[in-house]
Ligand binder design. Structure first.
Ligand code: MRU
Length: 351
């Protein structure tokens, strides 16, 4: 396997810890403005997660972990147990910022765990834990990139959805990490990115990210996906995840489910790439996942220009659930789960 040149394929960092504040690359403004916003307290982090200033399942977990570090600055406590009680309201506000991606609750659970047994050094422990969460995510993505790319035959085309790259993670990306690795190894010749209406994570973020790497993606309207599949230009659909249930059902950006249905119809393979922090063995199936619904106003226009007729009502669920039967492979940093179901998930994630 060709080594991946991470200097070329992994240069964007959406989250920066300065030592006394969290800086977030403002994803509402990309690709036209590349600017970081500063969060000086945990409520500013919660608001940034809710507003999609920072987005993507692993990234919101990492941001929330740093939010907990900021919350710790406003609390006096002699040890970890006392700190946990004092921090709990701030942790709950962070957790409530978005409901679907389990990485948020997972990261906050790790931060709570770091306080258990801590003495007067509890603040330092929290900071070390947030750093570890970010570093482990980057390492997981690089590992997934290699594992996922190995499934893709040389000369393939891939279609991806939403943004699952460096912008959505500590770096390198999940599905986009697989695509980066696949391009670097000469396995992937063609990359198609769906626009991802209404927030345009594909058109605004994925395309911009790949261009930083010198990879030229082809943008398609979401509605062009089935037609593209029929053309024979793509062999794999590669997407990320916000929550993978105990039976393999997977929540991801709205529109993923219809891509999986169309992929199966056309005989294409469908891959989900996500770190183990996205696996939620406590949720038995996709029916139990809370699907976030956002402001219907997101559907009324593009870039602030109204495109919908006046006085229309709208429904704006921003995630959907792909049933495990439609998934050929789930790739985590622990390995590849082919044809996932409850038994395969239990074997990969015992206990
Ligand atoms: O609403 P978003 O932009 O946070 O949704 C992001 C996605 O659905 C991603 O596909 C998912 O979080 C995986 S990111 C590595």
């Amino acid at each position: 396997m060709t080594d991946i040149d991470f200097d070329r394929y992994d240069r964007i960092r959406p989250i920066r810890w300065t030592g006394d504040a969290l800086e977030l690359l403002d994803q509402r403004r990309l690709p036209f403005q590349v600017e970081y916003v500063r969060c000086g307290d945990s409520d500013a982090v919660a608001a940034a997660i809710h507003a999609l200033t920072v987005r993507g399942a692993p990234a919101i977990g990492i941001a929330a972990a740093w939010g907990a570090v900021l919350a710790a600055r406003e609390v006096e406590a002699a040890d970890g147990v006392a700190a946990l009680a004092a921090l709990e309201p701030a942790l709950q506000r962070l957790n409530a910022a978005r409901p679907t991606a389990v990485n948020l609750a997972w990261a906050l659970a790790r931060m709570r765990g770091a306080l258990a047994g801590a003495g007067a050094d509890w603040r330092a422990r929290l900071e070390r834990e947030a750093q570890a969460i970010a570093e482990e995510d980057l390492a997981a993505n690089r590992r997934m990139g290699a594992l996922g790319a190995a499934l893709i035959a040389p000369g393939s085309g891939v279609l991806t959805h939403c943004n699952t790259g460096s912008l959505a993670t500590a770096g390198f990306g999940t599905a986009l990490g697989v695509i980066r690795a696949g391009v670097a190894q000469g396995r992937i010749d063609r990359v198609y990115a769906g626009e991802t209406r209404p927030w345009l994570q594909g058109a605004r973020l994925t395309v911009w990210e790949l261009e930083q790497d010198g990879i030229a993606p082809t943008l398609i309207a979401d509605a062009a996906a089935s037609h593209l599949m029929k053309s024979g230009q793509v062999q794999w659909v590669v997407v990320g995840a916000d929550r993978i249930c105990a039976n393999g059902d997977t929540a991801n950006k709205i529109g993923t489910y219809q891509l999986a249905i169309a992929a199966r119809h056309h005989g294409l393979k469908f891959m989900v790439a996500a770190p183990s922090s996205t696996v939620d063995m406590a949720t038995p199936s996709g029916d139990a996942i809370e699907i976030e619904e956002r402001d219907p106003g997101e559907l009324f226009g593009v870039g602030g220009v109204r495109t919908a007729a006046e006085n229309v009502g709208a429904w704006n669920p921003v995630f959907d659930v792909t049933p495990h039967e439609l998934i050929d492979a789930i790739v985590t940093e622990r390995g590849v789960i082919e044809r996932p179901d409850a038994a395969a998930m239990r074997a990969a994630f015992p206990g």
